[in-house]
Ligand binder design. Structure first.
Ligand SMILES: NC(=O)c1ccc[n+]([C@@H]2O[C@H](COP(=O)([O-])OP(=O)(O)OC[C@H]3O[C@@H](n4cnc5c(N)ncnc54)[C@H](O)[C@@H]3O)[C@@H](O)[C@H]2O)c1
Length: 356
């Protein structure tokens, strides 16, 4: 809640040690907000990412589960946040195929627990603080399923999730919607396309390919490589979330995307070319020669493309990066932060599995 002495706003951010959450927390603290960061620290959570915040009282890290109602209620009562931003989730499609239960546990049951605590906390607020409170749920465009060659996902596109991951996110989106309709809770939902940028766990396409290409290892590409994703630089996703939090209409959902559709194979070739320029392999091989097509992911969605005109027209948000500028910055960041990537990989999910 607005601190009476400073007027600083407080956010409860969940999953703020993960890829997008950490980028958001770093930006929020830089913008002068107080952040209470609740994260379970699964394999995907990493406090190294937040080490620059160690000395600041504007960031409080709490290790815990969004589904732990006692803990969440205590944090809400103690810190009196002005808003909750829910990033916490199991987020990797391949893992959801191997083990969907964890996805239902965190993304559905965990989100439900968080929503119930948030509802009870919001009900206890009064006056302007109650009016200003928001619960923002961060979700994905994967809830809409797969597109053919034409068209884009809009906020009206019916949900048709195809993987256990997207099904669990769809369920959580529906719960958020239901809490707004049933209890009048002031919720907002964002559905974003694929993100890339600093601090992404190297199991997802872009950091995985960068890591393997740097090491001169085979670069695994699913199927024929022609699956299309719509890419957004993580900083632009974070600015969209801030904008929706600030000015989004209660109960609405906003699609977030960068208008940057690329075939997976084109993304991989772009990374190869950038790394060949910036850090050629010692034996002179071109990195494109490392591309290896592997058996496709079961039920692999063919194409995602997102129409973010509602967010752009209503709230004036614009991405600051094109795919070309964003991917260049991302490659440079991974080149400059190799120890980070190595520490993240130590003792965690094996990259070998991901290439198979
Ligand atoms: N990565 C993308 O391209 C993308 C795109 C659109 C939407 N999203 C959504 O954005 C959110 C963040 O994605 P990400 O890529 O940063 O994920 P991530 O896997 O990098 O991070 C998830 C974080 O949540 C934490 N967490 C997991 N289970 C938890 C629990 N039960 N309680 C508390 N914390 C828990 C993890 O420790 C981790 O720090 C997710 O909700 C995801 O569905 C991601």
């Amino acid at each position: 809640m607005n601190s009476p002495s400073t007027g600083t706003k407080t956010l409860l951010v969940t999953g703020g040690a993960g890829f997008i959450g950490a980028n958001f927390v770093l930006q929020a603290v830089a913008d002068g907000l107080h952040v209470i960061n609740l994260d379970k620290l699964t394999y995907a959570g990493n406090l190294d990412t937040l080490s620059s915040l160690k000395e600041t009282s504007a960031h409080t890290f709490v290790q815990g589960d969004i589904g732990d109602r006692e803990l969440v209620a205590k944090l809400l009562a103690e810190h009196r946040p002005d808003a909750i931003v829910n990033f916490a989730a199991e987020s990797h499609v391949d893992r959801s195929i191997d083990g969907p239960a964890e996805f239902v546990q965190t993304n559905v049951v965990g989100t439900l627990g968080l929503l119930e605590c948030a509802r009870d906390y919001w009900r206890g607020l009064e006056g302007a603080t109650r009016d200003a409170f928001r619960f923002l749920h961060v979700s994905t465009d994967e809830v809409y399923g797969s597109l053919g060659a034409e068209g884009k996902f809009t906020e009206q596109t019916p949900y048709a999730p195809n993987s256990p991951y997207s099904a669990s996110k769809a369920a959580s989106d529906h719960l958020v919607r239901a809490f707004q309709h049933t209890y009048g809770m002031p919720t907002l939902t964002t559905n974003c396309s694929n993100n890339y940028g600093p601090y992404q766990f190297p199991e997802k396409l872009i950091p995985l390919i960068i890591q393997k290409a740097l090491a001169g290892e085979p670069l695994p590409v699913y199927g024929d490589g022609k699956n299309i994703r719509d890419w957004l630089f993580v900083g632009d996703h974070c600015s969209a979330i801030s904008r929706v939090l600030e000015a989004g209409r209660i109960g609405e959902t906003y699609n977030v995307g960068g208008n940057a559709e690329r075939e997976n194979i084109a993304v991989v070739k772009t990374i190869c070319a950038l790394l060949d320029q910036r850090r050629p392999l010692a034996d002179g091989r071109s990195r494109e020669s490392l591309i290896t097509y592997v058996k496709d992911r079961p039920g692999h969605d063919r194409r995602y493309a997102i129409d973010s005109s509602k967010l752009q027209n209503e709230l004036g948000w614009r991405p600051s990066q094109t795919f070309e500028t964003g991917i260049g910055q991302t490659v440079d960041w991974y080149l400059a932060n190799q120890p980070w990537s190595q520490r993240v990989l130590d003792g965690s999910y094996r990259m070998e599995r991901l290439g198979s």
